[in-house]
Design a protein around this ligand. Structure first.
Ligand code: SAM
Length: 322
């Protein structure tokens, strides 16, 4: 029962992420026409440093995702692990950079909710852009309410700690291990024990010869600021089982290197933030006045993006950054 409570608290984190994303987009940090279908209310005000943090997170992830799609010329797959209510698929569709197939995995309960929201979204879209949607969703089949499948988009309800079931379901929905495949995990692995996340990362490395894995999560958690972050999550009964791997950029990279990945990179979000197109950064910094610059800096230093590659097809993934 304790583990049920812990899992429930972990599942609730997908609302947090999307509520914050919805709020930041309502302020104009970036555009997301779809998040409103998954989070109905704009919600209460978030502090400017939180909005800037989410801006960096979304833009940083997008930078790497888009670079992979460009490198593979979209002749690839994307698998978003612990996708929650994420809207990346819709962005790629609108920007015309869709992979061959986009997979999402999350707990069956979350997936059921998401499918419900997508049905509402599709109803709206069908009215507005009938042909586009029809083309995309011609082949949607709702298998059991816990999964959705179409030719380009698939959502799977599964526990990432149960690898045999995960593998079976991905196969059932026609994942092709030979195709270059991008795995994403955004604030997900930290909720699993180091053994569980290491097995997952290992399995991906073994099963997909040409792959990239992008992981966004906490880092530098062994100082006072990190302790406070952990306490805040624990207060909500969220078990940060994987926090031991969030000690440093090196420990983040090591998780991949020791699991059979050829190379790994990791940057803290302060560095990523400074690498983003500075014109747009200047624009968002005018949206809300930020009193405490140091607070933003500290926050950004406690998150990172780590990416690892396996490049059997010699795509040159290791030098993916533009
Ligand atoms: N990646 C999304 C984003 O950034 O907006 C959601 C992040 S949310 C903090 C973490 C997500 O991981 C939740 O949706 C949760 O249900 C999912 N998750 C955590 N552990 C999982 C597991 N063992 N199996 C499947 N999903 C899991």
């Amino acid at each position: 029962a304790d583990s049920d409570i812990a899992d429930e608290a972990v599942r609730a984190t997908c609302d947090d992420a999307s509520i914050c994303k919805r709020f930041a987009t309502s302020k104009g940090y970036w555009t997301d026409l779809y998040v409103q279908y998954f989070v109905r209310q704009v919600g209460e005000r978030k502090a400017p440093e939180i909005n800037r943090g989410y801006y960096g997170r979304v833009k940083g992830m997008n930078l790497l995702i888009d670079a992979f799609l460009k490198k593979t010329q979209c002749d690839c797959q994307v698998v978003n692990l612990g996708a929650g209510l994420d809207t990346t698929f819709w962005r790629l569709k609108d920007e015309n950079i869709m992979p061959k197939k986009f997979f999402e995995v999350d707990f069956p309960m979350i997936v059921a909710r998401k499918i419900h929201n997508i049905n509402a979204l599709l109803c709206c879209c069908v009215v507005m852009f009938f042909t586009v949607t029809f083309h995309l969703f011609n082949f949607v089949s709702l298998t059991d309410g816990h999964s959705l499948d179409s030719d380009r988009y698939c959502i799977i309800g599964a526990d990432l700690r149960d690898l045999p079931t995960l593998e079976e379901k991905l196969k059932k929905f026609q994942i092709n291990p030979e195709l270059p495949t991008l795995f994403l995990s955004e604030c997900v692995l930290v909720y699993m024990t180091p053994e569980q996340s290491s097995k997952l990362v290992h399995w991906v490395a073994d099963a997909f010869p040409t792959a990239m894995f992008i992981n966004y999560e906490q880092v530098n958690m062994n100082d006072r600021f990190g302790e406070i972050m952990i306490e805040n999550l624990q207060r909500r009964q969220c078990n940060l089982a994987g926090v031991d791997l969030c000690q440093s950029l090196d420990s983040q990279k090591e998780r991949f290197l020791s699991a059979g990945w050829e190379s790994a990179n990791a940057l803290d979000m302060m560095t990523v933030y400074n690498m983003l197109p500075q014109e747009d950064v200047a624009r968002i910094e005018c949206l809300e006045f930020l009193d405490e610059k140091e607070l933003l800096q500290q926050l950004l230093q406690h998150y990172c993006i780590c990416w690892a590659v396996k490049d059997k097809l010699n795509l040159g993934e290791a030098s993916i950054l533009p």
